[in-house]
Design a protein around this ligand. Structure first.
Ligand code: DGL
Length: 265
């Protein structure tokens, strides 16, 4: 089986890692829309346009399932992605929302995700009495992308973001942006041990695994071996180094243009 996944940059690596752990025999197409990074400060219209272009590109790829490895697009454009793709679509927010058991939940995410209240709405659908507080973290993604993750600056920024959640006595913190698991060591240093950290990629990969297992006989009938591929919309030179750093692979990376007129790969 081959799945497609995308993110603005390296955030999707955290989803990819979790999925590969559970589904080691699958292959993938990873698209990083690096030319438009970060997504988290974009308007709803901009994200809808991006989702339109990304789904149009993926619909020309040979994939069996699609993973929305970006929470911002998940929060704003999930319906559009599902409408445009004719394979099963797995998302982070919907997958994790049904698994939440705790009663005071903090969510950290990009400003564009928080604006939609998608996490709050999804959690309340399953557990209406849950207290949910969402905190936008605009500075995380740009700092993570340049690998500025051990600096005092980032630590101070993180303390500032987490403080309002801690003063609300959260018992759980959802990493509502796929970049954030890359700074888990910093977050765990700041959070009291009583606060449980949740990476939605885990719930997504469990759902994907169930799907894969149920389709295994169909997939094994396809006798071809498909390879994994990485694509970016810019920064073709540096992306392999980022993959090396976070995934320990040094892939060939292809440059792609997603704009309607020039959907070339
Ligand atoms: N990693 C993505 C997310 O989960 C996008 C972050 C960004 O580009 O701002 O929201």
């Amino acid at each position: 089986m081959r799945f497609g996944l995308f993110d603005s940059g390296v955030g999707g690596f955290t989803v990819l890692k979790k999925v590969i752990e559970l589904c080691p025999n699958s292959s993938f197409i990873y698209l990083a829309d690096t030319a438009r990074l970060p997504y988290g400060l974009k308007t709803t219209d901009e994200i809808m346009q991006i989702a339109e272009e990304i789904s149009s590109w993926f619909s020309q790829q040979n994939i069996d399932a699609f993973l929305v490895a970006c929470n911002t697009t998940n929060a704003i454009a999930l319906d559009l992605l599902k409408k445009n793709l004719d394979v099963p679509v797995f998302d982070l927010i919907g997958s994790v929302a049904s698994t939440i058991q705790e009663s005071r939940v903090g969510v950290i995410a990009t400003p564009s995700t928080v604006r939609t209240k998608a996490y709050t709405n999804a959690i309340l659908k399953y557990k209406p009495k849950t207290f949910v507080i969402e905190q936008p973290c605009p500075e995380f993604v740009p700092m993570i992308e340049i690998n500025n993750i051990n600096s005092e600056d980032l630590a101070n920024v993180a303390i500032g973001y987490l403080q309002p959640l801690l003063s609300q006595k959260i018992d759980t913190l959802i990493l509502g942006c796929s970049h954030y698991p890359l700074i888990t060591p910093l977050l765990t240093k700041i959070l009291p041990p009583s606060v449980k950290l949740i990476d939605p990629a885990k719930a997504l990969s469990l759902k994907l695994k169930l799907f894969m297992d149920s389709k295994m006989s169909d997939f094994s009938k396809k006798k071809f071996l498909v390879e994994s591929k990485f694509y970016v919309t810019s920064d073709q030179k540096h992306f392999p180094l980022k993959a090396k750093h976070w995934l320990n692979v040094f892939p060939e990376v292809n440059l792609v243009s997603l704009h309607k007129q020039g959907c070339v790969s």
